[in-house]
Write a protein that binds this ligand. Structure first.
Ligand SMILES: Cc1ncc(COP(=O)(O)O)c(C=O)c1O
Length: 406
């Protein structure tokens, strides 16, 4: 049996029958069995961290042991080819060229390569969304303090009427001095999805660099960087991608790569300022890597390929819709739009900051649900979650009404 084929994946998961018989819930129950968390510790916090399927953990363990048994250079030489295999798959999945993808540690590192590496001067301006994660927000302030450019923040309407309104908030903030627009594909605090292709069009017309933090979309949506039209895109494997911890990607469009300085320079770079490394590989000059992790990243990518990106995205959006409808029925007010064009898998309900942590603790202790307090009560279901998990979350919201409605 060819280990990389889709049929092998389905058979391995015992899912071929379910897929053939057109029983989607049976199919997803099979996917849930790929994860080892018990029913008393259900993850509903994909925006922060996801469990990996057993096969990814097994792959990580297998190669970790293999290196521990024989850590010679001879034995590890093969990992150079495995790394390129991983890169090629990741690049294909997002519609990029292999030379445009760097495999880094996480979104944090990728975002900081961009905000540290773009050559900006006094008088230049960077426009950021005020919902950006600190790594794409205060990180710009740190660079501005060093290089003398200015940072301008854009707020978007609390209840956006549509992509036009979101795009226009950014367009109005741009000036003749704006060099960079740095946004987040889907906010981790409101769950709002920005119309990135619209922003790309606006930025391109003005010659502005567009960086997109994709921490909340890689592995949740079918991402295609050409369709997004951005200059760079960052993400972590340990979130929606279901990959190993401390792995991530930085995509940089080919023509932009020479403009961006690397954060670090290590053996393999070359002998002078001009690197020998091809394309985006110059951003992953990071010294000794954990080779086992980089192979396990490929195993996660293969797992998602096996599901299929249309099916994966449809399921993430369906789970989010079902959950949001349940929350509204339970009397909650959503921060996240119901509209799928304006949201993805991150679901946030309004809860005052004072009680959020107590609520998160209550969900964990008494309902076996791991949730978060970012932007309200944040619940992020993923493909390992079942209908029962969603019903349990809605029941927990009903039961804790006295806490959050106060
Ligand atoms: C939008 C966004 N960007 C960046 C990050 C940082 O991710 P990491 O800690 O994996 O680098 C997060 C983490 O939650 C995030 O939500």
């Amino acid at each position: 049996m060819k280990p990389h084929s889709r049929r092998a994946f389905l058979a391995g998961a015992g899912l071929a029958g379910a897929a053939r018989a057109g029983d989607p819930e049976a199919y997803w129950r099979g996917i849930r069995r790929e994860f080892e968390f018990p029913e008393e510790r259900v993850p509903l916090n994909a925006a922060n961290l996801c469990p990996s399927p057993r096969r990814v953990t097994a792959c990580l363990e297998q190669f970790t042991h293999e290196i521990d048994r024989d850590c010679s250079l001879e034995n590890r030489r093969k990992f150079a080819a495995r790394l390129e295999q991983t890169r090629a798959r990741l690049a294909r999945q997002i519609g990029a060229g292999a030379d445009e993808v760097a495999i880094v540690r996480n979104t944090t590192e990728a975002n900081n390569i961009i905000n540290n590496g773009l050559p900006l001067r006094p008088g230049d301006e960077v426009v950021v969304w005020d919902e950006n994660h600190p790594t794409n927000h205060v990180a710009w302030d740190v660079r501005a303090a060093r290089f003398g450019f200015t940072v301008r923040r854009v707020s978007t309407p609390r209840r956006p009427s549509g992509p036009e309104e979101l795009a226009s908030a950014f367009e109005q903030a741009l000036s003749g001095r704006t060099r960079v627009l740095a946004v987040t594909h889907v906010s981790n605090v409101t769950g709002v999805r920005l119309p990135v292709p619209w922003l790309a069009e606006i930025a391109r017309r003005r010659g502005i660099y567009l960086h997109v933090d994709g921490a909340q979309t890689w592995g949740a949506l079918r991402v295609n960087v050409s369709e997004l039209g951005c200059d760079s895109y960052s993400a972590s494997a340990h979130k929606w991608f279901l990959g190993p911890r401390e792995a991530g990607i930085l995509y940089v469009r080919a023509d932009r790569i020479p403009q961006i300085w690397p954060n670090s320079v290590a053996p393999g770079w070359g002998d002078d300022a001009e690197t020998d490394l091809k394309g985006a590989r110059k951003f992953e000059s990071l010294g000794q890597r954990d080779d086992a992790r980089l192979v396990a990243l490929d195993a996660a990518a293969e797992f998602l390929d096996g599901i299929g990106w249309e099916r994966l995205q449809a399921r993430v959006l369906e789970l989010a819709r079902r959950l949001k409808e349940g929350l509204v029925e339970a009397g909650a007010r959503l921060v996240t739009p119901m509209d799928e064009a304006l949201s993805a898998g991150v679901c946030v309900m309004e809860v005052s900051a004072a009680v959020r942590q107590a609520l998160v603790a209550e969900f964990y202790r008494n309902h076996g649900l791991a949730v978060a307090a970012s932007g309200g009560l944040r619940l992020c279901p993923h493909i390992y979650n079942t209908g029962e998990h969603l019903e349990r979350a809605v029941r927990a919201v009903r039961k804790t009404r006295s806490l959050w409605s106060a």
